[in-house]
Design a binder for this molecule. Structure first.
Ligand SMILES: NC(=O)c1ccc[n+]([C@@H]2O[C@H](COP(=O)([O-])OP(=O)(O)OC[C@H]3O[C@@H](n4cnc5c(N)ncnc54)[C@H](O)[C@@H]3O)[C@@H](O)[C@H]2O)c1
Length: 437
């Protein structure tokens, strides 16, 4: 199997299947197809399948013309029919791994997609899980489902591994193509063959590790590292405010140390599909070993209270103007979870808005990237534009995302008061009406 697959990789005869065509899967499918591998995308959402098949892009990090060209050339297609799995030699699984309402891993998307794959898995196929998950998922959950459903044996009839996805939406330098990748397969041969498949597609380094569990754990380490460091600066930002010290200036000063320090910044909380969720996958798994991940818990306690803390600070600002939050007109600037992207999953701004409403504020939002969002089953639509007249109509402007395509100077010149939770207005000289987190 090893020699056959290596030869097929070399000759670009591998047919690739990408399961889950979202923020991770679609860019991956496009890269594989661009590298000369015929690619089939699988998704349960027929709308996404139809869009791909008509060459229509819906992911910011994919170039519209790339997708269109690949579809027209027949290099990339999409389907909801899993029976086409029998035609592919390499399968990358990129389905969601969210938390359930009790903050526990919801692994149901991985399970159901693997069950579907197992029905049609043929001999001499590579299967790679890319979804972020707890250490042990590939060997303990995916392998038995694939073996039982297909009647094939892992390592003998097919190779299985884990390779975490590291896409950073909106990053202008590091894309799927040039971001280094880690690969851990079940057995040396699996790792070698799967790694060589990634090398045939990507420009970034491919780091081989000794097991899927190492690769699963290293991904959680990456995200937990960010989570905990953000928790640290958020806690210090609260303290610094009490002490009358600017945390932002402190970080800028610390950054001058050329080694041993990496800058993280405070904000209204954690957002996105990864940093706020992934550490909980580890906390959950750790309990199986009677272990409590206390660093993760402490950090989450701080990060989770940031939206409410920001609203408390906003109330104090209004108080200085002899205004109550109850009845105040507040404009929230930015609902995406980070700057210059349209993804608002887990965005702290949505919780800020809820907290403001709880306090009786009359809240609107403006986001140049997100015209409306869905939160707890309801759709909320923002104001279509901002201009001096509109800004003058609010008692407080609360900046919750540091988008770069907002005219902050105009906002500053016309706002009664601004609470900047992201230091997005840092370059403005006139700062009388600005308070920073
Ligand atoms: N978005 C990111 O920035 C990012 C970065 C690194 C890692 N990840 C990880 O990658 C994984 C995917 O994340 P995403 O952001 O691409 O999610 P997403 O929600 O954008 O896309 C997932 C896709 O999978 C599809 N899907 C769900 N169940 C399916 C099934 N049974 N069969 C086929 N398709 C199915 C969905 O319809 C959706 O289109 C997650 O584990 C996430 O933690 C995401």
């Amino acid at each position: 199997m090893k020699e056959l697959l290596l030869k097929k990789i070399k000759n670009k005869e591998i047919i690739v299947g990408v399961v889950g065509l979202g923020y991770v899967g679609l860019p991956l499918a496009v890269e594989k197809a661009k590298a000369g591998f015929k690619t089939i995308g699988f998704d349960v959402q027929s709308q996404k399948v139809d869009m791909v098949n008509s060459g229509e892009n819906y992911i910011g990090d994919v170039v519209d013309s790339d997708l269109k060209k690949l579809v027209e050339e027949g290099a990339l297609s999409a389907t909801s029919d899993f029976s086409f799995i029998k035609d592919v030699d390499f399968i990358a699984i990129c389905v969601p791994t969210p938390l359930d309402k009790h903050q526990q891993p919801d692994i149901s998307y991985v399970k159901s997609s693997v069950e579907q794959i197992s029905k049609y898995l043929k001999k001499n196929t590579m299967v790679v899980l890319e979804s972020t998950t707890y250490p042990g998922t590939t060997e303990e959950l995916v392998k038995p489902i694939l073996e039982q459903g297909s009647g094939l044996e892992c390592g003998k009839d097919f190779y299985l591994g884990f390779s975490p996805e590291r896409v950073d939406p909106g990053n202008l330098i590091y894309k799927t193509k040039n971001t280094p990748k880690v690969v851990g397969g079940i057995g040396k041969d699996a790792t070698e063959v799967i790694a060589s498949m990634y090398r045939a597609v990507l420009e970034g380094d491919v780091c081989e590790v000794s097991s899927p569990a190492i690769a699963e754990m290293e991904k959680i380490l990456e995200n937990t590292y960010r989570n905990i460091n953000i928790g640290l600066v958020n806690e210090l930002a609260i303290l610094c405010n009490e002490m009358g010290i600017s945390m932002w200036e402190v970080i800028d000063a610390a950054k001058t140390k050329p080694y041993g320090f990496q800058a993280f910044y405070p904000g209204p909380g954690l957002g996105g599909h990864c940093i706020p969720l992934d550490p909980y996958y580890l906390s959950w798994k750790a309990r199986e070993y009677g272990f409590h991940t206390s660093m993760i818990e402490s950090s989450m306690m701080i990060n989770d209270k940031m939206p409410a803390y920001c609203v408390e600070r906003a109330s104090k600002i209004l108080n200085r103007f002899k205004k109550a939050m109850n009845g105040a007109k507040v404009l929230v600037l930015g609902v995406a979870y980070k700057q210059d992207i349209d993804d608002y999953r887990e965005s702290p701004a949505l919780r800020v808005i809820e907290e403001l409403k709880k306090e009786g504020a009359d809240v609107s939002f403006f986001d140049p990237w997100v015209s409306s969002y869905r939160y707890q089953g309801q759709v909320y639509t923002g104001i279509g534009e901002i201009n001096p007249e509109i800004i003058k109509g609010y008692d407080l402007i609360m900046v919750t995302t540091a988008h770069t395509n907002v005219d902050y100077e105009m906002v500053q010149q016309n706002a009664a008061a601004i609470f900047d939770t992201k230091n997005a207005l840092k370059n403005l000289k006139e700062r009388d009406n600005i308070e920073v987190l």
